[in-house]
Design a protein around this ligand. Structure first.
Ligand SMILES: *[C@@H]1O[C@H](CO)[C@@H](O)[C@H](O)[C@H]1NC(C)=O
Ligand SMILES: *[C@@H]1O[C@H](CO)[C@@H](O)[C@H](O)[C@H]1NC(C)=O
Length: 214
């Protein structure tokens, strides 16, 4: 009896096409962000989850297939925190959330942003580590995390980001040495400034004896 009921429900779903489309899922991912932030300037007012896709929402840009390619919410007075759901936006190229007051961690799930070119989270109140998983964002050109309260080491995995053109992690509370190989070797001190506990570039080709332990 129950089996038969499930069968009929399945048929109805197929016939009416109510299985969620990809753009609906992207709308849901963005709506999860809306729920996680305070928005005193009402910049997210147009974010209506009942629409077929988020492509008419303000500050959201889509491609011809109605997949989200840009989120432009810099300087929008948002507080609250980031959500792992954002990692579902596979076609997102620009994640612009700089100059807000977002707190909490950078979700490691952002490694799902396979198309991402620019990750701009600078000038917020973010804590916790830089997720090593960000090294999976192989198209990334701009990584600006400066002016937050990030801690921990700079993940060596980031040396794999071959397309990185701009890196800024200055004015955080990072520690350890700066990995000096791969894509990170081309950035100068200005990318890492104002991290009082950061020790500078690692020494390559020397055996390093740590005399004082942390
Ligand atoms: C940053 O977050 C901390 C709590 O983690 C809070 O005390 C502080 O006021 C926040 N900073 C700003 C500028 O809002
Ligand atoms: C990094 O950001 C700081 C502000 O936090 C800025 O002063 C500096 O010029 C930037 N450096 C680079 C290399 O982008």
């Amino acid at each position: 009896m129950a089996m038969r009921a499930i069968f009929y429900v399945a048929i109805v779903l197929v016939l009416t096409g109510t299985a969620p489309s990809e753009s609906n899922m992207e709308g849901a991912a963005l709506y999860a962000l809306r729920r996680a932030v305070k928005d005193p300037g009402n910049v997210l007012q147009s974010w209506d989850p009942t629409l077929v896709n988020p492509c008419t929402w303000f500050h959201v840009t889509c491609d011809a297939d109605n997949r989200v390619t840009r989120l432009d919410l810099g300087n929008a007075k948002l507080s609250g925190h980031l959500v792992p759901d954002l990692g579902k936006l596979e076609k997102l190229q620009y994640l612009e959330l700089y100059m807000n007051n977002l707190a909490g961690r950078i979700p490691e799930e952002l490694d799902g942003l396979k198309s991402l070119v620019s990750l701009d989270l600078f000038s917020n109140n973010l804590t916790g580590p830089i997720p090593p998983s960000l090294s999976k964002l192989s198209k990334l050109k701009f990584l600006r995390l400066n002016n937050n309260r990030l801690t921990g080491r700079i993940p060596r995995e980031l040396t794999k980001l071959e397309n990185l053109k701009i890196l800024n992690v200055s004015n955080n509370n990072l520690c350890g040495t700066i990995p000096a190989s791969g894509s990170l070797s081309k950035f100068s001190e200005g990318s890492f400034a104002d991290n009082p506990r950061l020790e500078g570039p690692e020494l390559i080709g020397f055996v390093r004896y740590d005399t004082d332990r942390e």
